[in-house]
Design a protein around this ligand. Structure first.
Ligand SMILES: [Zn+2]
Length: 443
């Protein structure tokens, strides 16, 4: 009697070469043809193989902001080897990011955000941004075995090959350049490789997604900022900006046959209706532009349920504060009771995968990346609470039928293509003169 144990190869050969024989022998052994077919690849193994070949290149992480908030940028007592909870104080809670968890998350390249508050007057924001660039470079230098400063796509590739995390700098918000092309150029020289055109408020030259529109997108100067960024090879980041700003930036770039844009940490608006997310009208322009949406893990952007719960909680706090003016203890007590009856809504790994599915369906597999926003939010989705969670996301995508090649594009190959294209555009325009604008004369 034929052995019931068949290797995948012999089962496949039987099915292809002699289906009748396979059927007959299957009947003899009590096996069905389905059982003889090669087993479907294990999703976790597909994800592992993809992240081994192409580690995650994450578009946005706020560790530098945590260093400023918790440590006043003094690294002496900061241990990137372990940022789990150190105590119960507000500054001792667990961070989302440390070296062991980056390794567990298969992160191979990271845009560290040198974000500073957009509430600062612009000149102060410029100083603070330089301080954030400085602290990030000091952090990278402090861990030379694990981190490597990356200024070019070749630097990223080299660091990944050495098993280090390629560390790039991204500026989050146009306020960081103080409305000055000179500052923009010098930020590039200091190492910044993307500028998000706005944060959550408008700049004097670009509208944000989360403020009342003032400019209907980009002003003329805003268009000049985009052109100058592309001339240098600095990536234009359209996370946080209004839809009109997205469209204006893409129009300027299309006119110049310019380089691809990124969304360093955004979702799809058709899946979760938050103004921070990318509408289909913009997703549809990604194939022509070549850009990518690096999908965010922030629960309020991923899930309408979380958004709804967040606004109900805000409304309840406002109601209680109006009911008990000046009685904070009473407000806290009633809010605790409300929270007991209304447990927080949670986002899931499946929610994040739904955004990726939608962007694939509208823009295509070549236009997706990952931009977690870890340490810039309260928590990630269930099962992806910190940067160690990426393999779980990629396993979910493999389970949904994404091939290893698809997963490698999402994890880092798309981002590599985009940075190389931005560098190629800059190289082609190396002979173009810097765009000049007059500075104000001193009184
Ligand atoms: Zn952000």
């Amino acid at each position: 009697m034929r052995s019931a144990v068949l290797t995948c190869a012999s089962a496949l050969a039987l099915t292809i070469a002699a289906p009748a024989l396979a059927q007959e022998s299957a009947e003899q052994t009590g096996l069905t043809l389905d059982m003889l077919a090669p087993p479907a690849p294990d999703p976790a193994e597909v994800a592992d193989a993809a992240l081994e070949a192409a580690p995650v290149w994450d578009g946005h992480n706020d560790v530098p902001w945590q260093l400023r908030g918790r440590y006043n940028n003094v690294l002496l007592n900061f241990d990137f080897g372990n940022t789990r909870a150190q105590g119960t104080g507000p500054l001792e809670t667990a961070m989302h990011t440390d070296l062991p968890r980056l390794a567990a998350g298969k992160v191979g390249a990271q845009f560290w955000s040198v974000y500073v508050s957009a509430a600062m007057p612009e000149p102060e924001a410029v100083v603070a941004t330089i301080e954030q660039i400085d602290v990030t470079k000091r952090l990278i230098a402090r861990y030379p075995d694990e981190l490597a400063l990356a200024l070019t796509s070749d630097d990223v590739q080299r660091a990944m090959q050495q098993g280090k995390i390629a560390s790039l700098l991204g500026m989050e918000g146009g306020h960081s350049i103080g409305s000055s092309l000179a500052v923009l150029r010098q930020m590039y020289t200091l190492g910044a490789r993307y500028l998000t055109l706005t944060h959550s408020t408008n700049t004097p030259w670009a509208d944000s997604a989360t403020a009342d529109p003032e400019h209907d997108g980009l002003t003329g100067f805003g268009e000049t900022v985009v052109r100058e960024m592309q001339r240098m090879g600095m990536l234009v980041d359209l996370s946080h900006v209004s839809e009109a700003t997205m469209q204006d930036a893409l129009d300027v770039i299309a006119t110049e046959r310019g380089a691809p844009v990124i969304f360093s940490h955004s979702g799809a608006r058709a899946v979760a209706d938050h103004p921070r997310n990318v509408p289909d009208s913009v997703l549809q322009r990604m194939p022509a532009n070549g850009g990518i949406v690096m999908v965010v893990a922030l629960p309020g952007y991923l899930s309408n349920n979380v958004r709804d719960w967040n606004s109900r909680q805000t409304a309840e706090i406002e109601r209680l504060e109006a009911l008990y003016p000046g009685a904070a203890d009473q407000v806290d007590a009633d809010l605790a009771e409300w929270l007991r009856i209304n447990p927080p809504a949670q986002a899931t790994i499946a929610d994040m995968a739904d955004h990726i599915d939608h962007i694939r369906d509208v823009a295509g597999i070549d236009h997706i990346g990952i931009g977690g926003d870890y340490d810039g939010m309260a928590t990630g989705p269930v099962g992806m609470e910190d940067v160690a969670g990426y393999p779980a996301l990629f396993t979910e995508l493999a389970r949904r039928g994404y091939s290893q090649e698809d997963l490698e594009k999402i994890s880092s190959r798309n981002m590599m293509r985009v940075l190389r294209a931005a560098e190629a555009y800059a190289a082609d325009h190396a002979g173009d003169l810097p765009l000049e604008t007059p500075v104000e004369k001193e009184a």
